[in-house]
Design a protein around this ligand. Structure first.
Ligand SMILES: NC(=O)c1ccc[n+]([C@@H]2O[C@H](COP(=O)([O-])OP(=O)(O)OC[C@H]3O[C@@H](n4cnc5c(N)ncnc54)[C@H](OP(=O)(O)O)[C@@H]3O)[C@@H](O)[C@H]2O)c1
Length: 297
């Protein structure tokens, strides 16, 4: 069996710092996990865990080249979208342009598989049922979410074209809202729901299941039909804004929320049948409530 060197970008982020230790623990003999990180401190942290760090920036061609040296698979997990200081231009530069450049260079370097970490927000609103991977991607730049969903959608569209042109085997994972493993994401998102309906849907996936999805995407056999595949990665049960408050011990102001209805009760709610059938994906935490009961929030 050929040894793998898997490059993971975005290792220091909320997803990456929980994903990399899992990928390290699932390594087979001789396999290596390389991480592209932006600081020496992060490099030392990941070296201590057993990964091979490369210090560099995804926006720099030379740094991407060093990171890709002798790599067999890539997990492009880096993105920028958090905080008011991140501009729409920053989001397009990192989430779309650097992702596409990394994939082009991966194709040239003979990489076997490129896993693109994307989001369920690429679908946009208005589909009227749980979203499936072949649905049209409608995300546009909005005042609330700014360029994040659109930048990920445009990345996906270019990656699909690139895969057709180059034959690079690309697996895109569209993650729902990620939580668990003491990620403060749920607490941090609550202020955004001040004017939301109590039953606003929240499609969610636990970090353990994100890692499961990535691990399976790295190992699934190439498809004879297409070198580009996308999968929704989510728990089985959709939560609500009301439940999110409860799970972190807050109470939602139901009097204030009375009469509000979810603008789109299907927004971001994914159908995960394809991941179930083709990747063998089975959520360890089917719902956020199940994760709470297991002490895994
Ligand atoms: N969290 C969620 O709920 C969620 C849901 C759906 C999809 N996703 C996707 O999951 C992935 C990870 O998200 P996250 O929540 O972990 O994000 P995050 O916490 O904001 O982390 C982003 C990561 O990307 C790195 N990065 C950003 N710009 C970079 C650059 N120019 N060069 C190198 N590295 C760069 C950051 O490095 P520094 O530490 O150096 O800044 C960090 O490691 C993203 O692709 C995101 O779209 C996340």
């Amino acid at each position: 069996m050929v040894n793998e060197t898997i490059l993971v970008t975005g290792a220091t982020g909320q997803v990456g710092k929980r994903l990399v230790p899992r990928l390290l623990s699932w390594r087979e003999n001789g396999d290596q996990i390389r991480v592209l990180v932006r600081t020496q401190q992060a490099a030392e942290h990941f070296a201590n865990l057993g990964a091979l760090p490369v210090v560099g920036d995804l926006l720099e061609a030379e740094d991407r080249k060093r990171a890709l040296d002798a790599v067999t698979s890539v997990v492009n997990n880096a993105a920028t979208f958090r905080g008011p200081e991140v501009s729409d231009a920053d989001m397009f530069a990192v989430n779309r342009d650097a992702a596409v450049a990394l994939a082009e260079e991966s194709a040239q370097a003979g990489v076997r598989r490129f896993v693109q970490v994307s989001t369920n927000l690429v679908y946009g609103p208005g589909i009227g049922r749980p979203v499936r991977e072949d649905d049209e991607l409608r995300a546009v730049v909005t005042p609330q979410q700014r360029a994040y969903p659109a930048s990920k959608r445009e990345a996906e569209e270019r990656l699909r074209e690139l895969s057709g042109e180059s034959g690079l085997d690309i697996v895109t994972l569209r993650l729902a809202f990620v939580y668990g493993d003491r990620d403060p994401h749920i607490e941090n998102i609550l202020p955004r729901f001040n004017a939301a309906a109590a039953n606003e849907p929240m499609a969610m996936v636990h970090h353990a299941d994100v890692a499961q999805g990535v691990h399976r995407a790295l190992r699934v056999l190439p498809s004879k039909q297409s070198s580009y595949r996308a999968y929704n990665i989510c728990g089985d049960a959709v939560s609500t804004v009301f439940e999110l408050h409860e799970l972190v011990g807050r109470s939602m102001d139901l009097a204030a929320a009375e009469g509000r209805t979810a603008a789109d009760p299907w927004y971001g709610v994914p159908d995960t049948t394809r991941a179930y059938r083709e990747l063998g994906f089975r959520p360890i935490y089917p719902s956020a409530r199940a994760a709470w009961r297991d002490g895994a929030l």
